[in-house]
Write a new protein. Sequence first.
Length: 112
Amino acid sequence: MVIVAVSLVIAAPVVAGGQSASSTSTPDYQGTGVIVGLHPPPSSLHATRPVVVLDHDPIVGLMDEKMSMPFIAASTDLFNGVKPGDRVEFGLKSTPDALLVISLRPLPPRRR
């Protein structure tokens, strides 16, 4: 006699990187910066994940320097309504694979 075990798996909503939506809904860090580039996959920066390049101000609790760097984005949906040159507020989630951008919100340009 062969016994077959059947298990029911209830899956949580999943976003890029295999993280559940609830684990990526609240950023660990927030910052401001200017979008240098938006790269949907595939790109020279990542074969399968969207990447946003930000020229960002210091990020409280994470890095004291202002710098330009690429970040993996949770979804290309974050690219809707923003373009290179836009000043944005962004949220980062620390994941085992990378610092993941989970939010991008346009800001007014800086006054000089």
